[in-house]
Each structure stands twice: as structure tokens, then as C-alpha cells.
Ligand binder design. Structure first.
Ligand SMILES: [Zn+2]
Length: 150
């Protein structure tokens, strides 16, 4: 299991301690609410509607999109897996997270009925999806099958 990380706010300098279950939506500084930078290359990147086309649809590599909600327990269970996978697959797969409550338009566009819903996108097209939490090995297998790596 991943350890908590410390993210320093670029705006006010506050040290934000991010526990593993918050990795997917580390988002903003607890003190001044400025956006926090991703802590490492390949970290799951929170995206919103304005950044979605660039971050997902036009990405040079396949993208795993995690539609999640802050109140969702299974989403928090999945968050550390997404970090592990994002870091293991740097350069081959990008992982982004979408908060369905703050991005209802994206949630509607992708017909999200439950959270978490994971969608694999390649060349701007959704190629596979599932809803619910999975153990990490099953998640890896699902990604590899979807992308033809198996
Ligand atoms: Zn701050």
C-alpha cells in the first residue's frame, strides 16, 4: 500500500499531507484552495471539462479515465491502485480522474450511472469501461486486455 505524500502548495507554501485514499483527487490546497501540482510523473491527473479534450481525447497514449466522487467508498479503495498503475505505466498509459459532482457535463456525456466508472480511451474513442472496484491485478488485466497488450 502506498504511503501518504506531502504536497507543497505553490501559492501559499502550506504542506498538504495526502493519504492514499485521497490520491485520485488531491486537487487543492487545504489552506488556500490553490490547485496542487501532481507529486510525481505519471500521477493520476484531475481533469475537468475545460481540460478534457487536451488531456484525454488528444493524448498521445491511451488514457484510463476514473469517474469518481469524493463521497464514494469504493472510489477511495481504487485510488491507490490508480496511482500504482499510473506510475508503473508512465509513457504507455495516462491516468486521469474526473469528479462527477463538479463535472456533471462530462458524467452525462459518458453516461456515468455509478461510481467509480473506469473508461479506457484510445485515439479519442472509449474502447472499454466498467463500474465498481476491482483488486489491482484484475484492474491490470482489464487494462492490458482492452489495449491488446495480452
Ligand atoms: Zn495553499
Amino acid at each position: 500500500m502506498a504511503d501518504p505524500v506531502i504536497l507543497h502548495c505553490p501559492a501559499c507554501g502550506t504542506s498538504n499531507r495526502i493519504p492514499p485514499e485521497r490520491f485520485a483527487d488531491q486537487g487543492r490546497c487545504g489552506r488556500c484552495h490553490a490547485p496542487l501540482p501532481p507529486p510525481a510523473p505519471g500521477w493520476p491527473l484531475p481533469v475537468d471539462a475545460s481540460g478534457f479534450a487536451t488531456a484525454v481525447l488528444h493524448a498521445p497514449v491511451p488514457v484510463l479515465v476514473d469517474f469518481h466522487a469524493t463521497w464514494c467508498g469504493p472510489c477511495r479503495d481504487m485510488a491507490p491502485h490508480l496511482v500504482t498503475i499510473a506510475q508503473d505505466l508512465v509513457g504507455r498509459l495516462k491516468v486521469v480522474t474526473v469528479d462527477v459532482d463538479t463535472n456533471p457535463t462530462l458524467a452525462q456525456q459518458f453516461r456515468i450511472q455509478a461510481v467509480p466508472t473506469l473508461i479506457l480511451v484510445r485515439d479519442g474513442q472509449a474502447i472499454d469501461r466498467f463500474s465498481g472496484a476491482l483488486p489491482i491485478q484484475q484492474l491490470r488485466n482489464w487494462i492490458a486486455r482492452g489495449l491488446g497488450w495480452l
